[in-house]
Design a protein around this ligand. Structure first.
Ligand code: UTP
Length: 473
């Protein structure tokens, strides 16, 4: 029997082992393996092996790197009138229906070790609302506030797509119109061993993994999401990650800065809390905005201080952006020099040996290739970085314990609720970190930021007693 042309191509590329068990497989399994293999760009894998795996692979270029400027908040010395104007501009865009929410939810969430799409993880202190429910309610509340329902785009992966859709159906889209919630799958990449050989995870399937949050740009285009946005008159995309329930999912001031500056991609920064904090750094290089990962910026640079004793590389990236729709289209189209680079991540990748027996590696045995969305920044015109308050925007659930865990996130939510209550005259006992002594929760439909909370609070004719277990929703 003549060999399948795809198998020949793999053999020519030195990847013939992918089909080592092909002859033993039933026809449906053969089809599956061929379909997966058909997704792979062998030239791209060869190029990545050469540039990222082989000795002498280029390290990150730090030539001419400078800290990036950013817009200071009024509390830090920024111009209050500029912020007020930006907010008004953002609110006008929301009223005009120009803004969509976009959540990247295709990650594997291995550090949290939770079985299921990360968005289905319960995070709130009392009601145990899931991440998806928190975002859904914030988006719904903002839509009600501005008199225009907001479309929500959610990027999933092959692994979690069906489970994510089923979760939303089961929960009736948390009160959002089904027509306004759009799921689409991101692309994937094969994992390779340390020599660049594609890894199988069984005799009939390739070890494939999502292509990183940077894959969102081409997935937005390929899925038709950008066309849908265009038809709906949406030109501004509010991007956030699935693991951060504190995020101002719809932030008029941020949207306003982006629009007023005619920025194609905007970002939020927080001042790094300490030099070793694991955040990317906003920097400028050759006149372009770049993010340098913490693992790529030498520790002596991370520790550098300015004449005021402040960290020089202070601006930490918290993965919150506003993207211009046409910019995403341009990035997705690619072309001469316009492409997000892949990064390598060394991982323990379950695979099979030459006899087809399962192997569970104890240490990293292979590499996954991922794109990062912040690598689009150097391509963006007029990129703007604004300062935000960490306490009101950033407390991700990354790890099962310790920093950025369900516990720290729960406490940060409690602190935020207590701050809103105190700012509106409620008496609530807190410790010196602002943590209230009673467990309370504010549902996003009551208040999703300080303004919406203040309005709902003012409307209460009788103020509730702040007892353990109080829920304002
Ligand atoms: P992380 O970098 O925290 O990765 O993703 P992760 O896969 O969720 O978690 P670990 O590293 O396995 O523990 C940050 C955000 O980017 C999304 C995630 O869903 C999360 O919202 N993401 C990441 C994607 O959407 N796709 C990817 O391929 C990777």
């Amino acid at each position: 029997m003549a060999q399948h042309p795809l198998i020949q191509k793999f053999e020519q590329a030195g990847q013939g082992h992918v089909f080592a068990f092909f002859a033993q497989l039933p026809p449906a399994a053969q089809e599956q393996l061929l379909a997966e293999a058909g997704e792979i760009d062998l030239d791209e894998i060869a190029h990545l092996t050469k540039t990222l795996l082989q000795k002498g692979a280029a390290s990150v270029n730090l030539q001419g790197l400078e800290p990036s400027p950013y817009e200071l908040r009024p509390e830090s010395g920024g111009n209050a009138a500029d912020w007020a104007r930006a907010k008004a501009t953002g609110e006008a865009a929301l009223r005009a229906g120009r803004v969509a929410a976009f959540t990247v939810a295709g990650g594997q969430g291995t550090r949290l070790g939770y079985d299921g799409p990360k968005g289905t993880y319960p995070v709130t202190p009392l009601k145990q609302k899931t991440l998806f429910q928190v975002f859904a309610e914030k988006i719904r509340a903002a839509g009600l506030r501005y008199g225009k329902a907001i479309h929500w785009f959610i990027m999933t992966s092959h692994q979690n797509h069906a489970a994510t859709e089923a979760f939303f159906k089961e929960h009736k889209f948390f009160g959002l119109a089904e027509t306004h919630v759009h799921f689409f799958r991101q692309g994937r990449m094969p994992a390779v061993d340390l020599q660049g050989k594609i890894l199988l995870d069984s005799k009939q399937s390739i070890a494939m993994s999502p292509d990183g949050h940077g894959g969102s740009l081409r997935a937005l285009e390929r899925s038709g999401a950008l066309d849908l946005m265009e038809r709906e008159g949406i030109d501004t995309i509010s991007y956030f990650q699935v693991d951060n329930p504190l995020v101002r999912a719809i932030d008029p001031a941020f949207i306003g800065w982006h629009i007023e500056r005619r920025s194609e991609m905007s970002s939020k920064m927080v001042p790094k809390a300490y030099p070793e904090e694991k955040l990317g750094h906003f920097c400028v290089q050759d006149g372009k905005l770049v993010v340098i990962e913490y693992s790529d910026l030498p520790m002596e640079m991370q520790r550098e201080t300015d004449s005021n004793g402040r960290l020089r590389y202070l601006a930490g990236s918290i993965a919150i952006h506003v993207l211009d729709r046409q910019f995403v289209r341009r990035m997705a189209a690619g072309g001469e020099g316009v492409a997000l680079p892949f990064h390598r991540a060394d991982k323990k990748i379950p695979t099979i040996d030459a006899q087809g027996n399962p192997v569970k590696p104890e240490k990293a045995n292979g590499v996954k290739f991922e794109m990062f969305v912040f690598d689009a920044l150097p391509f963006a015109k007029n990129p703007v970085v604004i300062e935000t308050l960490r306490a009101d925007d950033f407390s991700p659930v990354k790890n099962a314990e310790g920093v950025d865990s369900p516990k720290t996130c729960r406490e940060d939510q409690l602190r935020q609720f207590a701050r809103w209550l105190k700012a509106n005259g409620a008496e609530i006992a807190t410790d010196d970190t602002g943590l209230p002594s009673v467990a309370i929760e504010v549902g996003p439909l009551f208040g999703y930021d300080e303004d919406s909370f203040a309005e709902s609070w003012a409307r209460l004719s009788e103020k509730p007693r702040l007892a353990e277990g109080l829920y304002l929703g």
